[in-house]
Write a protein that binds this ligand. Structure first.
Ligand code: UDP
Ligand code: MN
Length: 307
């Protein structure tokens, strides 16, 4: 080979190497251009590829944080607890202190044999059985509010409130922590906001007018600093009760009130639908690089007390 051609080849190899190195080492946040990664009020939206898990874990290690995690398992929903807890032990806030609070009417059905990691504890809280599943939704806000006031505020820095009919499949770590955190609903992130299923009747305290609101959040996961979540649950509870006295039930019960609250009080961090996927949607969406936490497919008529 002639020396000139050799130089050219060498140049191409070195230039190619530099480009590949640049692509690999560039901060991940620069690589997601296919999805919205920040809100109009400058809160981050967490997607795979927008953060470095190792850097996040390292940054949070020294804080020795405790995360309270509430989950309701009333009636037949205790059947979801084992998979929920076992998968949480693999993926949820691994390396941090986690206090689970399982609210149930049947403490003997709680799978206490699930092996928990160091610094993690399961607390069972007995609650009455409610007649209608809509009532369970309603009482969740109240029970979380009083639990925060009575003991969680002394024991935890952050709190997450989760549905039980879900399984963790991927990391949900300290990248999800923030003052007020909510997740974008997996069925509504591409939908124009006038089509969000917000409560549209003015009689309800959850009313959001057309052309208002930011995102449609799913109530299956929300959280934040204990004080902020306390304010959220207290307000939602008050609004749920006002609605009840007025003889109205918001279209999606506490999810409607949560959406109202987050419209008036902007979350400081949003979780992408990776953090609240739905098995019914399958794996097809190309923007979902990693399903982290997903609703299992359930027979609603069979597990719920009333249709
Ligand atoms: N739930 C419960 N028992 C019931 C109905 C609901 O414990 O009979 C709790 C449970 O934590 C569940 C949450 O309330 O995950 C929300 O209800 P569901 O999952 O049925 O609502 P969806 O996610 O289908 O809207
Ligand atoms: Mn659910």
């Amino acid at each position: 080979m002639l020396p000139k051609q050799l130089h050219c080849l060498l140049f191409v190899v070195i230039a190619g190497g530099i480009i590949i190195f640049w692509l690999v080492s560039t901060p991940a946040s620069l690589r997601r251009t296919d999805v919205l990664t920040v809100t109009p009020w400058l809160a981050p939206i967490v997607w795979e590829g927008t953060f470095d898990p190792q850097v996040i874990d390292e940054a949070f290690r020294s804080y020795n944080l405790t995360i309270a995690t509430t989950v309701f398992a009333v009636g037949k929903y205790t059947r979801f607890l084992r998979d929920f807890l076992e998968s949480a032990e693999k993926h949820f806030m691994v390396g941090l202190n986690v206090q689970y609070y399982v609210f149930t009417d049947m403490p003997s059905h709680v799978p206490i044999t699930v092996t928990l990691g160091v610094g993690r504890r399961l607390n069972v809280v007995k609650v009455p059985k409610f007649d209608r599943w809509q009532e369970i939704s309603l009482r969740r806000m109240e029970l979380i509010q009083t639990a925060i006031e009575e003991y969680i505020h002394q024991r935890a820095n952050y709190i997450f409130c989760l549905d039980v009919d879900m399984i963790f499949h991927g990391r949900v770590g300290p990248e999800a922590l923030g003052k007020l955190v909510a997740a974008i609903h997996p069925w509504f992130y591409w939908v124009p906001r006038n089509e969000y299923p917000y409560e549209r009747r003015t009689i309800s305290k959850a009313y959001i007018p057309q052309d208002h609101g930011d995102f449609y959040y799913q109530a299956n996961i929300f959280g934040g600093a204990v004080e902020d979540v306390h304010r959220l649950t207290k307000t939602c509870r008050e609004h749920l009760e006002m609605d009840k006295s007025a003889g109205v039930e918001a279209v999606w019960q506490e999810e409607s009130h949560l959406n109202w609250y987050l419209w008036k009080n902007k979350p400081t961090k949003l979780l992408s639908p990776e953090y609240v996927w739905d098995d019914l949607r399958g794996q097809g969406a190309k923007e979902i690089k990693l399903v982290r936490f997903s609703s299992v497919i359930k027979n609603k008529a069979e597990v719920r007390e009333n249709p």
